[in-house]
Design a protein around this ligand. Structure first.
Ligand code: SAH
Ligand code: SF4
Ligand code: F3S
Length: 471
């Protein structure tokens, strides 16, 4: 379905835009919207769609809740900590709403899609105006109109369906990189994970829609795209053809104007030889693979329902490295999964030392209601989890430092994103292997590829200086 074909949504958007124009004519002030995003890139990109719809309706962006007319929290529920922050932040808006009853507060995203959650939140925070989920993001203008016209909380959570809504306006973050969703949902049901419960089953976008979006992105001056999906390696399997992820990469590689192509996330069980071949042959596809392993113990991997063994994972890494030498490999690891013994944990440390990941996101297992692992016996004590996490971090940090140290005096290609967050006199960008580089160079390099000599490799960043203007 195309967004532009839904008359109700279009009418709601036009109506609100007209009201906001009248408000602007009356007051000389534009209405302002603030969006706070939790969670993964999928949510970050959904927020770009919300911002696209809001801008169309005449709202300008703000990062300050004190002057916002509309505040949206786009939530995540992958771990408990993410939820607690949302509760705290929404609760804190109560006094703002008392002062300014016209303020519209919305909550959306994965957390709202959990069973019973929307009703709970509506009960606990009755001053919230709109609650919606991941499957009806595109209906936001209609829900906003309802909320503007009533005093009750508007709640609409839909169940997953096979429909993909194309053409939702997107206001992308400015810069060099753009996100492109190639598929929605996940079919894997790893036993710890809430994502399939809140994002629904796998649905691939058509190749035409993806390619035309990327051409459009290139025309708008972006240099790098990251293809998004919970499990991009299974792209196309639901489309009943034989056009798969590797074919998509080959086609994207030909699009002019784009210098770099990245993708995430890859599930080891679906990483095919064709994909490895495509990664090796496509010039724009970067030498970086994020391949979550989760655990180094076969016993835990099986309880996690990951569908690969430690040996298969190691074999995969060897094959990838053989075809794409110098590729950076990063991963996700969970410690303290139910039943994880000291030996299981040692197996994870051993795998980490064997693979030598460039970096790793490490998490303490967090039970999620409705998942199989949450009901498993032998939940691990919080202190043990913490201790294992620290031990793992220590091992990985040492490896990350070691891996970065070989870059000393090397010349790397950096796509320059802007000035460095910590030092406005420095530029900042990433290598093809996704390492962050802070370096001295002319601000004219921003948005371009530059050659940088690494002078001081650190654990989290490489420091250096530009040796030529553009590549
Ligand atoms: N689809 C991606 C990412 C999913 S969420 C993938 O399959 O890799 C990102 C990471 O969060 C996961 O890789 C996992 O390491 C972590 N994670 C997910 N559920 C978790 C839980 N219940 N407790 C702790 N970490 C979790
Ligand atoms: Fe969650 Fe597993 Fe799906 Fe990733 S592959 S989103 S970890 S169920
Ligand atoms: Fe969180 Fe939803 Fe992403 S649960 S990690 S925002 S898919």
């Amino acid at each position: 379905m195309r967004f532009q074909e839904d008359k109700n949504i279009l009418e709601a958007m036009k109506y609100i835009r007209r009201q906001n124009e009248l408000y602007y004519n009356r007051t000389g002030r534009k209405k302002l919207a603030m969006i706070t995003t939790y969670g993964c890139q999928m949510n970050v990109h959904d927020s770009e769609k919300l911002r696209g719809m809001l801008n169309y309706m005449g709202y300008a962006d703000t990062e300050n809740k004190e002057n916002a007319d509309l505040i949206i929290y786009n939530t995540c529920c992958v771990r408990e900590h993410a939820e607690e922050r949302v509760y705290g932040n929404v609760g804190a808006l109560y006094s703002l709403k008392q002062e300014r009853p016209d303020l519209i507060i919305g909550i959306c995203g994965c957390m709202m899609q959990q069973e019973g959650m929307a009703e709970n939140v509506a009960r606990r925070f009755p001053f919230v105006d709109i609650i919606f989920g991941t499957h009806n993001l595109h209906s936001f203008p209609e829900l906003l109109l309802k909320a503007l016209q009533s005093n009750n909380t508007v709640v609409e959570i839909l169940n997953d369906d096979r429909n993909i809504v194309e053409g939702v306006p997107i206001n992308r973050a400015k810069g060099v990189s753009a996100w492109v969703t190639i598929m929605y949902g996940c079919n894997n049901f790893c036993s710890y994970c809430i994502v399939p419960h809140v994002r629904g089953r796998e649905k691939s976008r058509s190749r035409e829609d993806i390619l035309s979006e990327i051409r459009d992105i290139a025309r708008n001056g972006y240099k790098e795209i990251t293809l998004l999906g919970q499990n991009v390696n299974s792209y196309g399997k639901d489309l009943h053809g034989n056009y798969l992820f590797s074919d998509l990469l080959v086609d994207i590689d030909k699009i002019e104007g784009i210098d770099r192509v990245r993708f995430m996330t890859s599930h080891p069980k679906d990483l095919s030889d064709e994909l490895i071949k495509a990664m090796a042959s496509c010039k724009k596809v970067c030498e970086h693979l994020h391949l979550p392993v989760q655990s180094g113990s076969n016993n835990i991997l099986s309880k996690m329902n990951r569908k690969y063994t430690r040996e298969q994972y190691l074999d995969l890494i060897a094959r990838v490295r053989k075809s794409v030498p110098d590729i950076a490999i990063t991963t996700d690891i969970i410690v303290g999964f139910p039943g994880e013994t000291e030996q299981d944990f040692q197996d994870t440390l051993d795998l980490v030392r064997t693979v030598k990941f460039d970096s790793a996101f490490t998490f303490m297992y967090s039970p999620r209601q409705g998942t199989r692992a949450a009901k498993m016996k032998d939940q691990i004590d919080k202190d043990v989890k913490k201790q294992r996490l620290n031990e793992l971090l220590e091992v990985q940090n040492f490896i990350t430092g070691q891996k970065n140290s070989v870059f000393k005096n090397r010349i790397v290609e950096v796509l320059v994103e802007g000035t460095s967050k910590n030092d406005p006199n420095c530029l900042s960008g990433r290598t093809r292997t996704n390492k962050l580089v802070n370096f001295k160079g002319s601000p004219e390099l921003i948005g371009k590829l530059a050659h940088v000599k690494v002078t001081n490799p650190k654990c989290w960043t490489l420091e250096g200086e530009a040796i030529s203007e553009e590549v």
